[in-house]
Ligand binder design. Structure first.
Ligand SMILES: O=C(O)CCC(=O)C(=O)O
Length: 217
């Protein structure tokens, strides 16, 4: 495929899975109307960390800076997710998050003890390149990412020196979709959620992303 040409979601998954990733994507895990209602309900129910408590270490300068989104962790007592110089301690499960956790257990047998919630208020909110490869996630992490609200691009870039030999892959994540990243995806690939519209962000609706994890402590 020519450089810059975009792949369909199926082609994107095939490319990733042929090149050191193990990724599944269910575009309609939740019905669209239900996903929209769930997002509005969670925005009413959940509390987010303050800007001061959500600072992360900037990769090149090492400075602790505010993140361009809102975030919160929910989970079993004592769980926390530490990354990029910050730590997101779990609040006790909210009633609705406990129901979604039970749904994931029933429908796909995934037992999560922690969920990281990210709220992208508009197209200017984003998350930079990173891999979810922290020690607390164990040797072979499986991460389930549930998206609600505005459809946003999710991108993959190969890690390390090999990056120049691989394409950057874009997968738009629809409302109600479930993306599963299994080992060795995070060992070989980074991912990001770029700003919408580059330096001049386009106006898009809000989006909630819930990444369900198993934290080992
Ligand atoms: O919002 C998203 O889809 C990206 C979330 C993500 O990359 C993460 O939680 O590590």
């Amino acid at each position: 495929m020519a450089a810059g040409a975009s792949r369909s979601p199926n082609e994107a998954l095939e490319y990733l899975n042929a090149n050191g990733a193990c990724v599944e994507y269910d575009a309609a895990f939740l019905e669209a109307g239900f996903a929209e209602a769930l997002m509005l309900h969670l925005l009413e129910e959940l509390e987010f960390d303050s800007e001061e408590d959500s600072r992360m270490r900037q990769p090149f300068t090492g400075r602790m800076v505010a993140i361009p989104r809102r975030q919160a962790g929910y989970g079993d007592p004592g769980t926390a997710y530490a990354f990029s110089g910050g730590e997101v301690a779990a609040r006790p499960w909210s009633p609705t998050l406990a129901e979604v956790r039970a749904l994931l257990r029933e429908r796909i047998g995934f037992e999560s003890n922690y969920v990281l919630v990210n709220h992208y208020r508009d197209g200017g909110d984003c998350m930079g390149w990173h891999s979810d490869d922290e020690r607390d996630l164990g040797e072979a992490p499986r991460i389930l990412s549930l998206s609600l609200g505005a459809c946003r691009d999710f991108q993959f870039r190969r890690r390390g020196e090999a990056a120049r030999d691989f394409e950057t892959i874009t997968l738009p994540l629809a409302s109600g979709s479930l993306l599963t990243l299994r080992h060795p995806t995070n060992a070989n690939w980074k991912h990001q959620l770029p700003r919408r519209g580059g330096k001049r962000p386009t106006r898009v609706g809000g989006r909630l992303n819930l990444t369900w994890r198993q934290i080992h402590r």
